[in-house]
Design a protein around this ligand. Structure first.
Ligand code: SF4
Length: 404
């Protein structure tokens, strides 16, 4: 197996020519300086914990915050953040908490700390808004499109997002990580359906599985002849970047063509550690795309979204989807109007490189699939021309007539 070179973009560097750092080994990488917020957090709350422990993803999981009483050791909870009725379990890695409490504006706080608004049911909300359960022929498989399946391999995440589309499935206990029988039944389904050419492994977060379990799944899927590509959906690089190391990257690189969709919500998530995790995956030859949910009070401003997309590109992640927030129960405090997403798309197209522009989509309630939405660029047409509005609002015409 080819040795992976660790070359990482140093976002803290002030010297534009000195921004790429080289590392010889994972140990070397672990000595790499933490982002300033994590450094201050570690010093204050875990003074006896070594850098090696902090950089160990299992330590991060073991010391994750899973209750209000633990959370209150780190921050003063607002009245609205105290709720007895949690639809979604509470879990935050110490690393992610260090980003949450280190920022005054608190954009990330809303994404991970529960609030009483989660108990309010609003217009149009449903437990399973994408009707995935209706398209599930065997546990763990969602088969909606003929040529591809979603394979939900775990119900566990290292940090639970308060707006999660699959909130109905998330659970600390219900993980099927160790239930190989369920995996095997799902694998058998994929094996028996020769029209499936694309398998998206998701959950929960698949990168919370051990390398051994993840490899079990990947190798079984890769051995199915009609499966052409494998995709993994994960938020780990944003909330638990310590998980992404050379061992994981080397293992994943055996199962190409393998693609990854990385869930990022805000530019504050792009720390040197998360950028390094992305680059480790990119160096393993894995094409990376991002998925971002449009969230009120978190990323619903053009400048914030542009900054996020730029930082993703710098970490070698191509912005892929911007999702309108799915109407799960208790999510109205996260949902913007669709017009807000269109305004953001207008603020990106023409104002930054095309590579920085994701597709804005609504995953249609009831299982209609992803439907792209665009600002109204096509303004009018007559028998000779179509009339188009450019990013500055100026109208241009294009000849649109077939010669006989
Ligand atoms: S990481 Fe993904 S699956 Fe897990 S809570 Fe967040 S959105 Fe849901």
């Amino acid at each position: 197996m080819e040795k992976i070179n660790f070359k990482f973009f140093d976002q803290n560097s002030e010297d534009p020519l000195g921004k790429i750092k080289d590392f010889e080994s994972i140990e070397d990488m672990n000595r790499y300086e933490l982002n300033e917020l994590s450094k201050a957090f570690l010093k204050k709350y875990f003074p006896d914990v070594s850098l090696n422990q902090w950089n160990d993803w299992k330590w991060q999981l073991k010391n994750s915050i899973t209750s209000y009483s633990e959370l209150s050791n780190f921050l003063d909870l607002e009245d609205e953040e105290l709720s007895n009725n949690l639809n979604i379990p509470l879990r935050i890695t110490p690393y992610y908490l260090s980003l949450i409490i280190g920022k005054n504006k608190g954009h990330l706080r809303k994404t991970a700390i529960p609030s009483i608004f989660e108990t309010l049911e609003s217009f149009g909300e449903e437990e399973d808004p994408l009707a995935e359960d209706n398209s599930s022929p065997v546990p763990g498989i969602v088969h909606r499109y003929p040529d591809r399946v979603l394979f939900l391999v775990t119900t566990f995440c290292s940090t639970y997002c308060r707006y999660c589309t699959r909130s109905r499935l998330l659970s600390e206990e219900k993980t099927i990580d160790s239930d190989k029988n369920k995996w095997d039944a799902a694998l058998e389904y994929i094996r028996n359906n020769s029209n499936i050419r694309d398998v998206l492994i998701s959950g929960g977060d698949p990168l919370t599985l051990s390398n051994q379990n993840l490899e079990y799944l990947l190798s079984k899927i890769r051995h199915i002849e009609h499966v052409e590509i494998i995709r993994i959906g994960t938020k780990v690089p944003a909330v638990l970047p310590q998980r992404v190391d050379a061992e994981l990257a080397n293992m994943l690189s055996k199962y190409h063509p393998l693609f990854m969709s990385l869930h990022f919500s805000h530019p504050d998530e792009l720390t040197p550690e998360s950028a390094r995790a992305c680059e480790t995956l990119a160096n393993a030859g894995i094409p990376l795309g991002s998925q971002t949910v449009l969230l009120k009070g978190v990323n619903d401003e053009i400048d914030t979204m542009k900054k996020l997309m730029h930082k993703l590109l710098m970490a070698r992640v191509k912005p892929y989807y911007l999702y309108q927030c799915d109407p799960i129960p208790g999510s109205s405090h996260f949902r913007t109007l669709v017009e807000k997403g269109l305004e953001i798309m207008s603020g990106l197209r023409g104002h930054t490189s095309g590579y920085a522009i994701p597709s804005f989509v609504i995953d249609a309630p009831g299982g209609g699939g992803k439907i792209p939405l665009l600002p109204k660029y096509l303004q009018d047409k007559d028998e000779n021309y179509i009339y188009l509005k450019n990013y500055r609002g100026k109208i241009y015409r294009y000849p649109n007539k077939e010669e006989k």
